[in-house]
Design a binder for this molecule. Structure first.
Ligand code: GLN
Length: 294
């Protein structure tokens, strides 16, 4: 720590210093980042942060804040530094072995939870969340539909143990939830599921190097790269879904803003598009498909 920084004593001063350094490092929303990091380290809420801005900090508190600030300057995502992040009404532990849940995913998951009432009025359905990561999508559905049978699937054991932790920590009916290690749907029997949901890796490999450092350098490549075309996992998942979904079953997938037409073209002989959805930026982001009868 440079010696002049030893003089920084109040919350307000530490805040201004962090905002300045985040701005120089190219961190998006430097003020929000600084406020969240300081509030988190001091375990104070938003209102207290502004009320207490003239309060003095102990050396230990300043040391803790400084270590978080230094990590953020290296562009580690705020969510990994804080270690947990909300998704709908869950509080999820987030770690580098799984993608940080995005607000666009939160938005379509919320929409889907409403639609499921129409598709499955009894609330009893078997579903799988493929590439579950933190468990965000699958646990949100399982929480709202306690009569459902959920399979949270990932190829990564580390991601599965994170999802399991999040299930227990959020008291989501774990007796109805199975955590399954599988390469997509390969472990499932024919016509055994009513619903498949997924936020699969869909970014073309050649685009990965141009992503923000937070994503490119810290989030798991396995959860981002959709191979050379960006469609490799999506198409494999669609092909496997044709076998594993029962006729009339639903398949819901997040995709890149320019991938929708290709997806519809790829599966039009076996799936009917029911709903095409956009994200907050009005970009094509997800699609709900229905498996046609044979
Ligand atoms: N939307 C995410 C991003 O831009 C990517 C998510 C994914 O590949 N499933 O970082």
């Amino acid at each position: 720590m440079p010696c002049w920084r030893i003089l920084i004593l109040t919350i307000g001063e530490v805040y201004r210093d962090a905002v300045f350094r985040f701005t120089s490092a190219g961190v998006d929303q430097p003020d929000v980042n600084a406020r969240i990091i300081i509030s988190e380290c001091l375990r104070i809420n938003y209102a207290d942060f502004f009320l207490k801005k003239d309060s003095f900090l102990s050396l230990e508190e300043r040391g803790n804040i400084e270590s978080f600030v230094l990590r953020r300057i290296k562009r580690e995502p705020l969510q990994y530094i804080i270690g947990e992040w909300p998704f709908l009404d869950l509080m999820l532990k987030v770690r580098p072995e799984a993608l940080i849940p995005r607000s666009e995913t939160e938005q379509w998951t919320d929409f889907l939870i409403g639609e499921l009432k129409k598709y499955f009025p009894s609330g009893q359905f078997n579903f799988a969340d493929i590439g579950t990561g933190t468990g965000a999508i699958g646990l949100s559905i399982a929480k709202k539909y306690p009569e459902s049978r959920a399979f949270l699937v990932d190829v990564s054991m580390k991601a599965l143990s994170l999802a399991k932790h999040n299930s227990q920590n959020n008291s989501v009916l774990h007796q109805n939830i199975a955590f399954v290690q599988s390469d997509l749907l390969s472990i499932f029997k024919d016509s055994s599921l009513d619903l498949i949901v997924s936020n699969p890796p869909y970014i073309p490999e050649s685009d990965i190097s141009g992503l923000m450092p937070e994503v490119r350098d810290f989030e798991p490549g396995l959860a981002l790269s959709g191979g050379n075309t960006g469609f490799e996992i999506i198409f494999r998942l669609i092909t496997q879904s044709e076998r594993v979904l029962r006729a009339g079953g639903k398949f819901v997938i997040e995709h890149g803003w320019n991938q929708r037409n290709e997806i519809i073209r790829y599966c039009m002989s076996t799936f009917l598009p029911l709903y095409c959805g956009v994200d907050y930026e009005n970009k094509d982001r997800f699609i709900i498909l229905e498996k046609k009868p044979k």
